[in-house]
Design a protein around this ligand. Structure first.
Ligand code: GLC
Length: 800
């Protein structure tokens, strides 16, 4: 072994000289004199996998994170053999591998450095567990910024910090507390406006250090497994994220109701309480689509059972709630109560589906029902069995969604809060200890749940929500950020976490609105709901320990403001659904932190509060008590204040008025923002018109899209969707809107109603598909900037 003398006392080992290389289609192998092999796989021109073996041995190549469609091979590459290095060239990048120590450097095609190894791959042997502690270090040029990493509750830019990924039940976590519930070992680096990404696909406990230990070095390492990472080149940050999401998978479209407002508490019971809550929503006309049953609906917290004292006839209740537009979502935890009279327990025991300790006893731990055993969700047979358990809940009772909690997995009353390391797992035939399976356990539970709900909900779409997740979980489930606190600081955290999750491939995320632990003031709740309606997942939840958290518990003013914002969310459903479609189809993050929206503007690199909802709406929450407004950065370009319609130019910080009923919100000029009428729940009303708010822009074209389909079911996959692409051109005395339509779905409405905002002229003439129309027949009687146009036009000219 070659040991770097400087680090000898740390026990680090390094690759020696490269002896040979060979190419096998899209894979290139470099072997060193001391038994290290670097395998480089060219997945796409800008997506490269680096994988290192020691002792000349690779592990069995298996990953839960990589989607089947994601790992396509790429064969167009050149490998050059030079005096001191090898050179691999794709269409997008050049990789150099040093012959003396296997260190790699990645350049863009013009020769600019994107990412250089510092020490590169090194490792320590682990005598206790076998295998290695695998490490990687990269040089970090001054000015490089870092983003991503899942749910970390810290500044959006990760520079200067160190993180650990070990899924943890972190009740009432604090700012900067780490680790939290999720493990998403993917980050984005950006230097001189060029972005790249690194996904360290290793489910052991992993660490990331962004210039914390050494000022000019970024490193990541794991307590076992292989040094196995994917490199993505942008240079656009959005391309880095879409490439990562391509590899780890995209979700299907959720049913549209899942994008409505959800109400939850620990716990609504008995049945009369559930009905009282749902009725109150309808009475106050605050839109709501989903009501949640937390653990008390079960019989003694036994999953897949009902407490018949509280819920004597769940099927009747669920179907009556549904008639009123409420979908019921129930919680299911992984811990199965040790109880000889409980069929789920007995079945799993019979079939040998529970996790066991190294020497054979069952993994026993306390959760809500008391002593529990835990299914090994990393066993495909267990997942299949688990899926089958949903038949009654979904198929018979009619529940529409399932909420998976405590799946880090959480164990009570033990210092580690989870399983001991020696617990054994199947890991889809790659038998291992909990050290390797811990971070993936929650995702495999959510996957088994998703498969079950999907099967029994068919032909409708499933809805799943999880607390723990590893990269790739987005294929199966939405998520929430866990047990937060009703504090202003947590409102800040919720904003960061939702943006960060979006950048980490998991857009369908939200926080417990108002805070889970403790009780918000009416003002805090108001500010939180204003933000929450702009998160892809929108649910109020609380522990219920300190009072109620339904919108009406804070008095009249809060009811009014909540109503205004939840109504706005329902109006924006076609906009939100189109965002989701872009995420599901192309992996485009639904929320865009300013740095992702405009990485070429240096001002955005350290911003945290402002974000873009979709592509065209800028939002910035008010995060302090007693505010009449706030300062915020308006990104470059021109914007309309949504509330006042004032036209402003970005690229600078401004004060924005925001009394208690206002969240600062701006629309990008040129945008067409689609809206539906307010509904109390998705599907309540027939949509008779699609409204498009047209924000005038002089000059260059702006493209807006509206995606629609049957709002549930799978017909959309057979082409039964409607995708309208509008191109708007604004001139001094004319606006031209061209429409291109895709898909065979026929929308209910016949008319698109344009409302022009910021139009610099009075409308004198309207031409639809080359025919001048009678102005009075299209103009609204109340407002002459509103025009009703037959929906399938190809081109309209609005002339002044
Ligand atoms: C956990 C969850 C919380 C839930 C509670 C009871 O704390 O994070 O959302 O309400 O368990 O099930």
């Amino acid at each position: 072994m070659i040991i770097n003398t400087q680090l000898e006392n740390k026990g680090n080992l390094f690759p020696g000289k490269v002896l040979s290389f060979y190419q096998d289609v899209d894979k290139i192998y470099f072997k060193t004199e001391n038994g290290v092999i670097l395998q480089i796989t060219i997945i796409r021109g800008s997506v490269i996998r680096f994988r290192y073996a020691t002792d000349n041995n690779f592990e069995n190549d298996f990953s839960y994170a990589i989607s089947n469609e994601g790992a396509r091979g790429y064969s167009k590459l050149e490998v050059g053999d030079y005096e001191n290095h090898y050179k691999i060239k794709t269409k997008k990048i050049v990789i150099e591998i040093s012959k003396s120590d296997l260190r790699t450097s990645i350049f863009d095609i013009s020769g600019k450095v994107i990412c250089n190894d510092d020490w590169g791959f090194h490792w320590e042997q682990s005598y206790e567990y076998g295998g290695n502690i695998v490490k990687m270090s990269k040089s970090a040029p001054q000015g490089e910024c870092y983003y991503g990493l899942g749910d970390k509750a810290t500044h959006l830019n990760l520079k200067g910090k160190r993180f650990e990924n070990w899924a943890t039940d972190q009740y009432a976590f604090g700012k900067d507390q780490d680790p939290l519930y999720k493990s998403v070992p993917f980050y984005i680096g950006m230097y001189e406006e060029r972005a790249y990404g690194i996904f360290f696909d290793n489910t052991f406990k992993t660490f990331f250090d962004f210039c914390n230990e050494r000022r000019n070095v970024t490193s990541f390492w794991a307590h076992g497994g292989e040094m196995n990472y994917y490199f993505f080149y942008g240079p656009d940050m959005q391309d880095v994220i879409t490439r990562y999401t391509d590899l780890t998978g995209k979700p299907e479209l959720p049913p549209l109701w899942a994008l409505g407002y959800h109400q939850c508490k620990w716990s609504y019971y008995p049945e009369s309480k559930v009905r009282e809550i749902t009725q109150k929503f309808r009475e106050l006309q605050i839109p709501c689509d989903a009501i949640y049953l937390d653990i008390d609906y079960m019989d003694g917290f036994r999953c897949f059972t009902w407490n018949k004292d509280y819920f004597p006839d769940p099927k009747k209740m669920v179907s009556e709630l549904e008639e009123d537009g409420f979908k019921t979502v129930v919680i299911i935890d992984p811990g199965i109560k040790v109880d000889d009279d409980y069929w789920v327990y007995k079945e799993a025991l019979d079939k040998d589906y529970f996790c066991k300790r190294a020497d054979g006893p069952y993994m026993r731990g306390k959760v809500w029902p008391g002593e529990c055993y835990f299914p090994d969700f990393t066993n495909p047979e267990v997942r299949k069995w688990w899926s089958g358990l949903f038949k009654e809940i979904i198929d018979d009772i009619g529940v529409k969604g399932v909420w998976n909690d405590m799946n880090e997995p959480a164990v009570m009353e033990v210092p580690s809060k989870t399983f001991p390391n020696d617990v054994r797992h199947n890991y889809d035939g790659n038998f291992c200890s909990h050290r390797k399976a811990h971070n993936i356990y929650g995702t495999q539970m959510a996957r088994a749940t998703y498969e079950g709900v999907k099967k029994y909900a068919y032909p409708k779409r499933p809805f799943i929500i999880t607390r723990s997740a590893y990269s790739g979980a987005q294929r199966y489930t939405s998520s929430w950020t866990g047990d937060n606190v009703a504090s202003w600081e947590h409102l800040w955290i919720a904003n960061i976490q939702a943006q960060r999750m979006s950048m980490s491939g998991m857009s369908f995320t939200g926080s417990d609105i108002g805070g889970f632990a403790e009780h918000p003031t009416g003002e805090l709740y108001t500010r939180w709901i204003q933000l929450g309606v702009f998160h892809p997942f929108c649910r109020t939840h609380s522990s219920g320990d300190h009072g109620n958290q339904e919108p009406w518990t804070f008095g009249e003013e809060v009811i009014e403001v909540t109503k205004k914002y939840v109504e706005l969310r329902y109006q924006l459903l076609p906009y939100l659904y189109t965002m989701f479609w872009e995420y599901a189809e192309y992996g485009i993050p639904m929320l865009k932190p300013l740095v992702l929206f405009d990485q070429y503007d240096l001002q955005t690199h350290y911003r945290t509060d402002e974000f873009i909802f979709g592509n065209q709406i800028l939002v910035c929450p008010v995060q302090e008590s007693n505010s009449k407004g706030r300062r915020m950065y308006i990104p470059r370009g021109n914007w309309y204040n949504y509330w006042t319609k004032e036209y402003i130019t970005g690229g600078m910080e401004r004060w924005v008025d925001a009394d208690i009923d206002i969240i600062p919100m701006f629309i990008k000029e040129g945008a067409l923002i689609p809206k539906y009428p307010v509904q109390q729940y998705v599907g309540e009303k027939e949509i008779k018109v699609l409204k498009l708010e047209a924000y005038f822009k002089l000059g260059a074209k702006e493209v807006s899209k509206v995606y629609e389909d049957a709002q549930d079911g799978y017909d959309y996959m057979k082409g039964r969707y409607s995708l309208r692409t509008f191109t708007v051109t604004g001139k001094e005395k004319e606006v031209i809107i061209q429409q291109h339509k895709d898909g065979t779905f026929i929308t209910e409405y016949d008319t698109i109603e344009f409302e022009f905002i910021g139009l610099p002229f009075t409308i004198k003439e309207v031409e639809v598909d080359n025919v001048i129309v009678d102005l009075r027949s299209v103009q609204s009687s109340e407002n002459d900037t509103i025009l009703g146009i037959p929906k399938d036009f190809k081109e309209i000219h609005v002339i002044g």
